[in-house]
Design a protein around this ligand. Structure first.
Ligand SMILES: C[S@@+](CC[C@H](N)C(=O)[O-])C[C@H]1O[C@@H](n2cnc3c(N)ncnc32)[C@H](O)[C@@H]1O
Length: 183
């Protein structure tokens, strides 16, 4: 089930930084000049940090199924002067709308989104195609919503798309892995 748009305001609340500091979480993965794909950004709790980290030569492609999420994300990016690095796309569900990115993405952030998808297999296949060989994805799911066995099923789908577990970062209230495109 897709998270309701009004919950987006809750997810960007400052309280969340105490447990899930976006700077600390993203620092190992994002560098200046990178192309980053963020499926399901919501109103951009992580996106603003991604936009800062990729610098003037990088970009963030953020795809979501809810226009209210993207409208607020664009507004927040624009207030910080970061909108030129943001490519925010409204998509229609199973199609992520990233065919044009084939082999171009350095890093993917999929935070608290895969459990909402109707077609997770197609998701991993499309994302893997968009990634450069060797590129990484941080996949993180909320412990409260996603059980370990369901998370393991997500990892199986990822593996069949060529995305293998590289490491298991410790992120509060989450089940998290870094996946790497290995083929
Ligand atoms: C729980 S929110 C997480 C938002 C953000 N990643 C965070 O951690 O704050 C999940 C987001 O995924 C989006 N979403 C759900 N299904 C999607 C799909 N098929 N494609 C892209 N985004 C989707 C929702 O609209 C929502 O913005």
């Amino acid at each position: 089930m897709v998270c309701p748009w009004w919950l987006g305001y809750f997810l960007i609340g400052p309280w969340r930084r105490w447990k899930q500091d976006p700077v600390r979480i993203l620092a190992p993965h994002v560098r200046s000049g990178m192309t980053v794909l963020e499926p399901g950004p919501g109103m951009g709790f992580f996106t603003l940090e991604l936009l800062s980290a990729v610098g003037v030569t990088g970009k963030v492609v953020a795809v979501d199924v809810q226009s209210r999420m993207l409208d607020r994300l664009r507004q927040r990016a624009s207030r910080r002067g970061l909108e030129t690095r943001l490519d925010a796309r409204l998509v229609g569900g199973a199609d992520l709308g990233v065919d044009d990115l084939e082999g171009a993405v350095d890093f993917v952030l999929a935070f608290a989104v895969v459990h909402e998808l109707e077609a997770p297999k197609a998701f991993f296949e499309q994302v893997a195609r968009a990634m450069k060989p060797g590129a990484t994805m941080l996949l993180s799911e909320p412990k409260g919503h996603v059980r370990r066995d369901a998370f393991d099923k997500e990892l199986e789908l990822a593996a069949s798309a060529g995305l293998d577990v590289q490491s298991k970062p410790d992120i509060a209230r989450s089940l998290s892995v870094v996946l790497q495109r290995t083929r």
